[in-house]
Design a protein around this ligand. Structure first.
Ligand SMILES: Nc1nc2c(ncn2[C@@H]2O[C@H](COP(=O)(O)OP(=O)(O)OP(=O)(O)O)[C@@H](O)[C@H]2O)c(=O)[nH]1
Ligand SMILES: [Mg+2]
Length: 399
């Protein structure tokens, strides 16, 4: 008996290829569901199906002899004298025989469906991290596509966790362009106490105190928060500590004058007044002040506290939507165990992430948003992300 192995993206394709290459008399002996590495940073997996087939008569194994095989197998001499079957009938009989052989393999896969096995664990992890129903549904759907054709033995716990991480991360977008090439003017907006001023000080240090000359920017701090007592003083104390200039803007004219004093490599970080989403008067005032900015050289960033509830996050995004938000900064991630709510809201409103902050210390507690920084905040996984990431970086460096 001659055996051949054929691999394809799915079972139907593998059977089709087997029939095309070896004729319709081919018998399917067994099926194996495989996974190969792929997707995001090679953390994901792609499924393939491998079938092992055999030809009933190994001596007749050439494609041009296919018809003879079919006839020899199905039509017995005594049947021929009763009625000569049409070739099409013969095909059908062979099809039926093939289906009968294929059936057990399909049943076996259904029983061991890896998605069914991991579905409860997936929803527990998503809930534990506070992801919204909208976000969770999207993750579950894409996981299902990957897992439902695989058996449990093909997806051990570690592989499942890698797949789930891959699905979560692929829902979150990161503004890498802005991280690498910040606009000349970055305005930080957000609700009262979200961490705007502290984040601006951290950003000032990140870009202004760079060791590498090519990345270093000449940072200016500007506050348009002249309404609140002590607002400028808070900014001034940071500027003094960092050795960076700070300015106070009273009106549009003032603002235009500071912006027009342009030099190369300049980065102007603008602090704004924390406002409640309901404060429309203040919104109009800020809209007017920020109206002096040219859109091609400025970016409006929204600071969102990781501890904020979904409802408040929704209201905040709605209130700041008229300012053409470019990206979000997630603050205070050190104050919560579940960052799913803020990640879900940003994903749903298609606002990419720029920075993540995790403490009060300037400049230490700020990180560029990345898959690694998000993973380090997720709960419920048994994988050691720190060593996993080190391995991935090693693999990337060698390639
Ligand atoms: N734990 C923690 N605290 C933070 C973080 N960022 C800022 N804070 C603290 O949050 C408080 C408010 O920070 P600010 O930077 O003044 O917030 P703001 O948005 O400028 O506030 P307003 O100007 O009043 O609207 C301060 O006590 C900061 O030290 C962070 O990432 N983690
Ligand atoms: Mg402030």
């Amino acid at each position: 008996m001659k055996y051949v192995t054929i691999s394809a993206e799915n079972y139907d394709e593998a059977v089709q290829r087997a029939r095309k290459e070896y004729g319709s008399s081919i018998r399917i002996h067994s099926r194996r569901d495989l996974t190969v590495r792929g997707g995001f940073l090679w953390l994901g997996k792609k499924s393939r199906v491998e079938i092992t087939c055999y030809l009933p008569d190994a001596s007749i194994s050439f494609p041009w002899q296919k018809e003879e095989i079919v006839r020899d197998m199905v039509i017995q001499p005594e049947q021929q004298s009763i009625a000569e079957p049409e070739p099409i009938e013969t095909e059908k009989i062979v099809e039926k025989e093939l289906e009968a052989v294929e059936q057990p393999a399909i049943n076996e896969v259904k029983v061991q469906n890896a998605y069914d096995h991991y579905v409860d664990q997936t929803s527990k992890i998503l809930q534990l991290n506070g992801f919204s129903p909208w976000f969770s549904q999207r993750v579950m759907q894409s996981l299902q596509v990957e897992l439902e054709h695989l058996s449990i033995s093909d997806v051990p716990q570690e592989e499942f966790e890698l797949m789930l991480i891959d699905k979560i991360i692929s829902q979150i977008s990161i503004d890498r362009e802005l991280q690498l090439h910040p606009k000349r003017i970055c305005v930080v907006m957000g609700p009262t106490g979200a961490g705007k001023t502290t984040t601006i000080a951290k950003m000032a240090a990140l870009y202004g105190l760079q060791q590498r000359e090519e990345l270093k920017r000449n940072v200016k701090l500007v506050t348009i928060d002249t309404f609140r007592i002590g607002a400028y003083e808070q900014m001034a104390s940071f500027s003094e500590a960092l050795g960076i200039q700070a300015f106070k803007v009273m009106d549009e004219e003032d603002f235009t004058a500071i912006l027009s004093d342009y030099e190369e490599k300049e980065l102007i970080l603008v602090d704004t007044i924390g406002r409640s989403p309901k404060d429309t008067e203040l919104a109009i005032r800020m809209k007017s002040l920020l109206g002096v900015l040219k859109s091609e050289e400025s970016a409006v960033l929204l600071a969102l506290g990781a501890t904020m509830k979904s409802k408040d996050l929704e209201k905040t995004i709605e209130a700041y939507a008229p300012f053409s938000l470019r990206a979000a900064i997630i603050t205070k991630t050190d104050e919560t165990d579940s960052i799913g709510e803020v990640l879900s809201v940003c994903a749903e409103h298609q606002i990419p992430l720029l920075f993540i902050t995790d403490g009060q210390k300037v400049p230490k507690d700020i990180h560029k948003a990345s898959a690694a920084s998000i993973l380090s905040l997720l709960q419920g996984f048994s994988l050691d992300f720190a060593s996993l990431w080190a391995t991935q970086i090693d693999v990337e460096d060698q390639s």
